[in-house]
Design a protein. Sequence first.
Length: 275
Amino acid sequence: MTLAEALADAAGLGLARLDAQLLLLHALDRGPQERAWLLAHDTDSLPESVRRTFTQCCEHRLAGEPLAYITGRKAFFGLDLKVDARVLVPRPETETLVEWALEVLLDRQQPRVVDLGTGSGAIALAVKRERPDAQLMATDSNAGALEVAAANARALNMDITLRRTSWLTGLGQRFDLIVSNPPYIAAADGHLPALAHEPQVALVAGSDGLDALRTIIGQAPANLVAGGWLLLEHGYDQAEAVRALLAEAGFHGVGSRPDLAGIPRCSGGHRLELG
């Protein structure tokens, strides 16, 4: 069997061409940036051991398992992150949150930043790469998630502090920026079955999807310096509700930012005084 024939078989099973190419590269122990290599070597014979691995990978993908879990890697904000089923797969829309975070830190020297519910460490590490002077803390209530984040920090040679806690509980310090992509899906949301392979605790937040956001917004004032910012990712239809919660908690300059699809994806505000 040639590489081209293997890809054709995968397409015949209903696998998207890009997914098939990336899985074949993974089976060949090549990087995702080498798709052009596949085209140049499409008549090469596929070793039997690689064919078996590729077939298994295709079966997992067709069963709904995220591509990132199968390959063990996901690109985010220019970083190559290790991921597995202990953490959510970082999404491109979360890069909107990172970009906003970097904006509010522009005029701050050695800012103190905390990423709540860090998962793979994607947000914290993306901010740290762009602002190496920042003092980065990343929290998660899940020990497995913190292991993944620690592995990514080591692989990227970045110094961040990891803490196991629920949101801001017990941190005992004030930050220039609190940033989070918390669970925000309602318990009865129809999209959940499509996300069955990912950790539900990192997805679901009560009957309306706002439980985690309410908790963070309630805790944040006591953990921000004067002028400190709170930035949050949320669902496509939650911007108005999150802005209302921020205003009720005393935040100023409350607003939202759209993702690349034009959907209000993040909301935030800042404190004028100590809370």
